[in-house]
Design a protein around this ligand. Structure first.
Ligand code: CA
Length: 235
């Protein structure tokens, strides 16, 4: 099983949620670590370096956004999925700004969360047709080091930034649908209304494009998805 030895850290104070997630994730072959509050969670992230984190926004001791920022400082790359009981779009955006890669709104289906974990490790373990290094405009991307350099400025890339960029590079010059991106990278079905993909495109454009609001590399294909401009693409 691909998930063997992969560890997932759950930071959540509600025991029944931890128990349900733990059972299902262990059944899938993941090693599960659990912290019942923000401090414990951060400590486990520091000592155990988990392969993915499920982080509840509402914790007894710390603000979930602050926990998220600290996790990001410890590891720019680790996938962080935030659990939120709130339906307001602003909370989700704030979570994504704090460094979360994705969110699941409570009450959530355990199967949905498992599907996302599977998608993460399926992407991470599969061979890629993309080269290890690629130049996009002035940006130099290293997929193995998870970095993007523009001149002397080096950006650390998160797991989803790497995978989204890799998918676009593999299909350079061709449109990739939003549904395919959601399904392949986020493990979500096509009916999902998740705005995460668009948020990640914005993040990547800020790092790659000279004028992020007038992109010449990561192009929007209206009503369909996105494409990375190939060498012959007319803009
Ligand atoms: Ca909670």
């Amino acid at each position: 099983m691909a998930s063997v030895n992969k560890s997932i850290l759950i930071i959540e104070d509600e025991p029944h949620i931890v128990m349900g997630l733990r059972d299902s994730l262990e059944f899938e072959g993941f090693k599960v670590l659990a912290g019942a509050n923000g401090k414990e969670g951060i400590q486990l992230a520091r000592t155990e370096t988990p392969d993915a984190v499920i982080l509840d926004l509402m914790l007894p001791d710390m603000n979930g956004y602050a926990v998220c920022e600290e996790l990001r400082r410890l590891s720019p790359f680790v996938p962080i999925i935030m659990l939120t009981a709130r339906s307001q779009e602003t909370d989700k955006i704030r979570g994504l700004d704090a460094g979360a890669d994705d969110y699941v709104t409570k009450p959530f289906s355990v199967n949905e969360l498992i599907a996302r974990m599977r998608a993460i490790f399926r992407r991470a373990s599969r061979p890629s047709a993309a080269p290890e290094f690629v130049d996009i405009g002035n940006a130099k991307v290293s997929f193995s080091a998870h970095t993007l350099k523009v001149g002397r400025v080096e950006h650390a890339l998160s797991f989803y930034e790497v995978e989204l960029l890799r998918l676009l590079v593999e299909r350079s010059g061709q449109p990739v649908s939003r549904d395919e991106i959601l399904q392949k990278i986020w493990g979500l079905d096509a009916t999902s209304t998740n705005r995460t993909v668009d948020n990640f495109i914005v993040k990547l454009r800020k790092k790659i494009e000279v004028q992020p609001d007038k992109p010449v590399h990561i192009l929007t294909v209206y009503g369909f998805g996105y494409k990375l401009a190939g060498p012959d693409t007319e803009v």
